[in-house]
Design a protein around this ligand. Structure first.
Ligand SMILES: [Zn+2]
Length: 400
């Protein structure tokens, strides 16, 4: 049974009280009240057996007999929603709100339930409107959190920043990194637009810069704003600025260098400082093993020293720290070199053999809900948590 429905166990108390009153009122009322607990218990039993449809039938019957029983209307509405019957849930809660005998606390509860019905039904605008009406009530904080969730789902980052700020101010909850992420989402969109719309490039770069600055003001210790500041530097053809930002990112979160390892090498190449990049990548890779760092080092070495020297380095590194993903990168580089036909066949065969494993081990994984994805996410698409992905592939996560 749904955890939230356990409060239904308290409903017999309501019946109990009604039943006692009914006994005092006489025989006719007693007949009706006697029937109620039995029907209620049948409904509860169905619920415990996960037979939701039969439970609903029982509760609908009781509600017909006891229309004034508000607790049951709430239980029924929630059951409908949990079953995906959002139209019926909405009707139940709208009827409740329309009742004149409802006390103010029950009314805000019904509004909150209605907001959740709309949300489940995908009626986002109506859900947001309903939650807005709960401002200043005992459901204010919950409604604000739900509005924040909606704003993030529809990617209205400006509104999300406002709502997270309001929550932080009103509830004293620390939302700094969430606010920084929202600014970063705006920055990332502006950077993408700057790259894809050359005509409005300057305007988008300025927007990105402002959003990155705001993210840093919200939470300077988070690696994401520094990572984006580096990418802004790259787009502005300023590799020194890009590297300065990424160096700060390495201070606050060295493992995140894996996400920009190739750009990190490229910026060093532009400044003729490849040796420095390699030394730093190898130091970080020793502490935070990552196939992305390994691949960036391998390619940079191949470019500087030639493929065979790079392959020799790569084989040695893999012997010290075996990795299927690393071995696949090595084979990829090997295939780009001069090989005899039999060597080439063997190399291609090995890659084919490992393809499914490589695909599985390359995925990123949410540390909270386990959602796996081919690309890295700052906010999990499965559970909506921020920072629940480590910048590591499954193979590295499994190795611990
Ligand atoms: Zn998740």
């Amino acid at each position: 049974m749904d955890y939230d429905l356990w409060w239904l166990l308290a409903v017999p108390l309501v019946f109990g009280a009604g039943w006692l009153v009914a006994r005092a009122d006489g025989r006719a009322a007693r007949t009706r009240a006697d029937a109620l607990p039995a029907a209620y218990l049948r409904g509860l039993n169905f619920l415990l057996d996960e037979q939701h449809e039969q439970a609903i039938d029982e509760f609908v019957d009781i509600v017909r007999l006891e229309p004034e029983n508000v607790a049951l209307h709430f239980a029924l509405g929630k059951l409908f929603r949990d079953r995906g019957e959002t139209d019926r849930a909405i009707r139940v809660h709208q009827n409740l709100i329309g009742r004149s005998d409802l006390d103010p606390e029950q009314r805000v509860k019904a509004l909150h339930e209605l907001g959740q019905d709309y949300l489940k039904a995908g009626l986002i605008d109506r859900a947001d409107e309903t939650f807005q009406r709960l401002g200043g009530s005992t459901y204010s904080e919950r409604a604000l959190r739900q509005r924040l969730q909606i704003a993030q789902t529809v990617r209205d980052w400006q509104l999300a920043i406002e709502l997270a700020g309001q929550l932080q101010q009103e509830q004293g909850a620390d939302r700094a990194s969430e606010i920084a992420h929202c600014h970063c989402e705006l920055a990332q969109a502006a950077l993408e637009q700057a790259a894809s719309q050359p005509g409005e490039r300057e305007q988008h770069l300025a927007q990105a810069r402002a959003a990155i600055d705001a993210a840093r003001s919200a939470d300077a210790a988070h690696p994401r704003s520094w990572l984006l500041r580096g990418q802004l530097g790259e787009l502005e053809s300023d590799p020194a600025a890009a590297l300065a930002a990424w160096q700060t990112m390495v201070q606050v979160g060295p493992a995140y260098l894996a996400l920009v390892a190739r750009e990190f090498v490229a910026a060093h190449e532009k400044l003729d400082r490849v040796a420095e990049a390699l030394a730093q990548l190898e130091t970080i890779a020793a502490q935070h093993p990552s196939v992305d760092l390994f691949g960036a080092i391998l390619d940079a070495r191949a470019k500087r020293d030639g493929a065979s020297a790079a392959l020799e380095w790569g084989s040695g590194a893999l012997l010290a720290a075996p990795s299927i993903l690393g071995y696949d990168r090595l084979n990829e580089l090997r295939l780009a070199t001069e090989l005899s036909e039999s060597e080439r066949n063997e190399c291609e065969f090995t890659r084919t053999l490992l393809r499914a494993q490589v695909r599985r081990l390359s995925r990123y994984q949410c540390g909270h809900c386990g959602f796996k994805a081919r690309r890295f996410y700052w906010q999990c698409p499965g559970c909506n948590r921020w920072d629940s992905y480590a910048p590591l592939r499954s193979e590295e996560l499994e190795r611990g």
